[in-house]
Write a protein that binds this ligand. Structure first.
Ligand code: G
Ligand code: G
Ligand code: MN
Ligand code: NA
Length: 249
């Protein structure tokens, strides 16, 4: 049987799981947000990461249904987590779907999740493919009070014009930029100029994939607002998040 049928069954049989990875405030080290990360727990107990099935679900369009499940489940889970924000990854195929903003609005209504606490993480490729639909959808989404975040920044070609056009509220600096900045002077300069550019556009900056104290010191000194990475927290099930919420990392 092909993978798409398996994924459809997985959705029907409730085999998808969400883990939450905390983002900490760079200064206080308190958790200020969590990112939803999708997993597939197969009946044999094997856990499959999104890299192995999301691209297939994107090709077939099943990501639309899976993505709505992720949004609804995440909003339900995070509803009671105080004021911290919830960050959910949205695929290109979802953003290209003109129904998406309406469906998102319904999920916000049904779950009662405050729109102001919701961030949508979007990659630049999803905007380049169909910028007209994307821009219209993002306008509606922002109208709800939801924030729009540019994910994986530093891996593509996003320019200052691009950042202005889509009016992102936040930039996530890709792990590759962070990891290599420690050793590479020119990448470090690129990271610093990305942060100044974000500042000029009134955007928050999160550093992703921070694994070492040296990397944390570097991105903190560079002026990142939030830090995400295994130095502080790995992704964890919803039930484990609560116990971490009131204590600094
Ligand atoms: O958790 P992991 O490192 O395997 O994630 C790999 C990729 O899968 C990341 O780029 C992440 O953005 C993406 N991803 C994780 N969860 C979701 C999800 O719910 N929807 C979509 N579209 N992508 C996700
Ligand atoms: O593309 P996106 O930024 O959404 O990808 C997030 C992915 O990065 C998640 O799958 C998460 O597991 C992974 N990740 C988060 N923190 C770290 C880290 O410190 N090191 C590494 N290697 N991966 C990380
Ligand atoms: Mn992400
Ligand atoms: Na990312």
């Amino acid at each position: 049987r092909d993978m798409n049928n398996e994924l459809r069954d997985a959705l029907l049989n409730n085999e998808f799981r969400i883990q939450y990875q905390p983002l900490v405030d760079a200064a206080s080290r308190q958790i200020v947000a969590v990112e939803s990360l999708l997993r597939w727990e197969r009946p044999d107990g094997k856990i499959i990461g999104p890299g192995a099935f999301v691209p297939i679900a994107e090709e077939t369009g099943l990501i639309n249904a899976i993505g709505l499940w992720v949004l609804r489940q995440s909003c339900q889970d995070a509803l009671g987590w105080g004021k911290i924000k919830l960050s959910v990854n949205i695929s290109a195929a979802q953003l290209r779907n003109p129904e998406f903003p309406i469906q998102l609005g319904q999920i916000i209504d049904e779950t009662g999740f405050p729109a102001e606490r919701l961030d949508l993480e979007i990659t630049e490729t999803s905007l380049i493919l169909d910028p007209v639909v994307a821009e219209r959808s993002l306008d509606i989404i922002r109208g709800f009070g939801v924030n729009v975040v540019l994910d994986d920044f530093g891996t593509g070609y996003a320019s200052i014009g691009f950042l202005r056009q889509f009016r992102f509220n936040k930039l996530k600096l890709d792990r590759s930029l962070i990891v290599n900045s420690a050793a590479d002077e020119s990448l470090r300069a690129m990271m610093l100029s990305s942060i100044s550019m974000a500042r000029a556009l009134n955007m928050d900056v999160t550093a992703e994939g921070v694994e070492t104290q040296a990397q944390a010191d570097l991105v903190r000194a560079a002026g990142c607002d939030q830090i995400q990475g295994w130095l502080y927290f790995k992704a964890m099930p919803a039930k484990d998040i609560e116990q971490h919420l009131s204590v600094p990392a």
